[in-house]
Write a protein that binds this ligand. Sequence first.
Ligand code: GLN
Length: 378
Amino acid sequence: INSKLPTVGTTIFTVMSKLAADHQAINLSQGFPDYGTDEKLIAAINQAMKDGFNQYAPMAGYLPLREQIAEKIENFYNAKYDPETEITITAGGTQAIFTAINTFITAGDEVIIFEPAYDCYAPTIKLLGGLVKPFELQAPDYKVDWEMVKKLFSANTKMIIINSPHNPTGSILRKEDIDALIKLTKDTDILIISDEVYEHIIFDGEQHQSVALYAELAERSFIVASFGKLLHTTGWKMGYCLAPAKLMAEFRKIHQFNVFSVNTPMQVGIANYLKSSNIYLEIPVFFQQKRDFFQQLLKETKFDLLPCKGSYFQCVSYSNIIDEKDTEFAKKLVTDFGVAAIPVSAFYTKNIDHKILRFCFAKENSTLEKAVEKLTKL
Ligand code: GLN
């Protein structure tokens, strides 16, 4: 058989989480919390099942949930998205990204991504015969040099995928970045996917620069968001996509034959929960405390910390500890030291290894303490 993705292996998140489990290591690799969610949210989901919400939801999602999302987007970003035609509930952020790429990319189309980049973008583009045009961001702050990005443009440039707060680096895009992107793509019909799944996990008083804030960009953009990150429930696989009606109509043509619709009681429960929750305001404070706590602990290790402005990931450089490939070093950390991290080389399409690891700090403080205690033995 001819593989459609001959160079693609198993995603690093699955590889590292399995390795961690096999060796009973503390798992700071794949991004997920190790603590529970709000009991009230669980009660709301249970109630939805008891109330009989157990059959198919509408294809685009349970309308009251889409209405809640529209209200949030208006409150936070002063933008109007019509719940009927411009918001679709998805089975997590990854499914939304997959569908959004599938909506328009065909053979020969070029897509610009910023590397290190979340690992689902490139394979999805390649699956469609698209060409990945990576722009390499540079440590420590991973700022985008937009003049250099411009050099990647060609007549075949169809799409640009941006991601802020950024996975894996924890960097963020600021207003000047979005302004530069607007300037670069003005008078083109280049589409944007804006992966904003960490939108509420942003620190130091920085404001998340959602594409929704910028009407002239939003009219060409799919915005992807995640309830897993907001509600500490990554395993529920709940997310959503926003786009202008014309783009969303195309998105739904694919969505309906992929998942059809997302599970109903989760949608009903989340919609009811969000009506009376302060979660949007609590989340940035909660995670900033985690970040500060983890960074403080890591000062006791030999790692050099990279800045983290958002997301729940902390990157560290180990180049002053050992000269070893990051994949090898990450394995050794699991087998010999009992801690799992993600080797950042997994986020490049080229063979690039800057000797950087990514740790997830969405963990109990006690988990972070135990992990760092092990890491101080390095
Ligand atoms: N987004 C998560 C991370 O970056 C992983 C999601 C997944 O495993 N597919 O760790």
